[in-house]
Design a protein around this ligand. Structure first.
Ligand SMILES: [Zn+2]
Length: 184
């Protein structure tokens, strides 16, 4: 079966030209900077040196039906919005588009991909006191931060990445393995 949904850029152009629909179904939309229509999640890197069209096509956003195809929803741009993975998963699959509008209006904003990532690493570091201890030891021995990062990289390459992001649990495991290797 071929995918009959329009491309991401065509979807963006549709909503950017629809003042009413834009407010209801794409409150975060800015045609020049790709982001999830519902929560505003984006990556600082998507737009870097790219035309808006290329940036949107590159963005890891999913094309989501407002009314699902299985409930009679069409594949036209006015029935498709661009959502991040978690929003696509949590959004309603319902015959009445109003449910989607209400759901979007209540959806909390998410930070950018990069900021969320830093946040998760910081939480992981909080959960692994051994890592802080190891960092302290490295500094005390006159070692550099690059050495620590190199060890972290090596352990990160051995980890499995689900849905494009390391989970906090995986980060904790990486930090623990790094700490064990760095501590005498
Ligand atoms: Zn989202």
């Amino acid at each position: 079966m071929t995918d009959q949904r329009p491309g991401k850029w065509a979807i963006v152009q549709h909503w950017a030209a629809e003042p009413f629909g834009y407010e209801v179904f794409a409150p975060h939309l800015d045609a020049g900077n790709p982001c999830c229509f519902a929560c505003g999640w984006h990556s600082e890197r998507w737009a870097e040196g790219r035309s808006p069209r290329k940036a949107w096509e590159r963005a890891t956003l999913e094309r989501a039906h407002i009314v699902p195809a299985g409930l009679g929803g069409s594949n036209a741009a006015n029935n498709i919005i661009l959502l991040c993975g978690p929003c696509h998963r949590d959004a309603p699959d319902w015959h009445d588009p109003w449910e989607m509008a209400v759901w979007i209006s209540r959806r909390a904003e998410r930070a950018s991909k990069e900021l969320e990532h830093v946040d998760t690493w910081l939480r992981a570091a909080e959960a692994v006191p051994l890592f802080k201890q190891a960092l302290g030891e490295v500094v005390a021995r006159g070692g550099s931060a690059e050495q620590t990062v190199e060890v972290m990289r090596r352990h990160t390459r051995r980890a499995v990445v689900h849905s494009g992001e390391l989970s906090q649990g995986t980060m904790e495991a990486i930090l623990r393995a790094t700490a064990r290797e760095l501590l005498p």
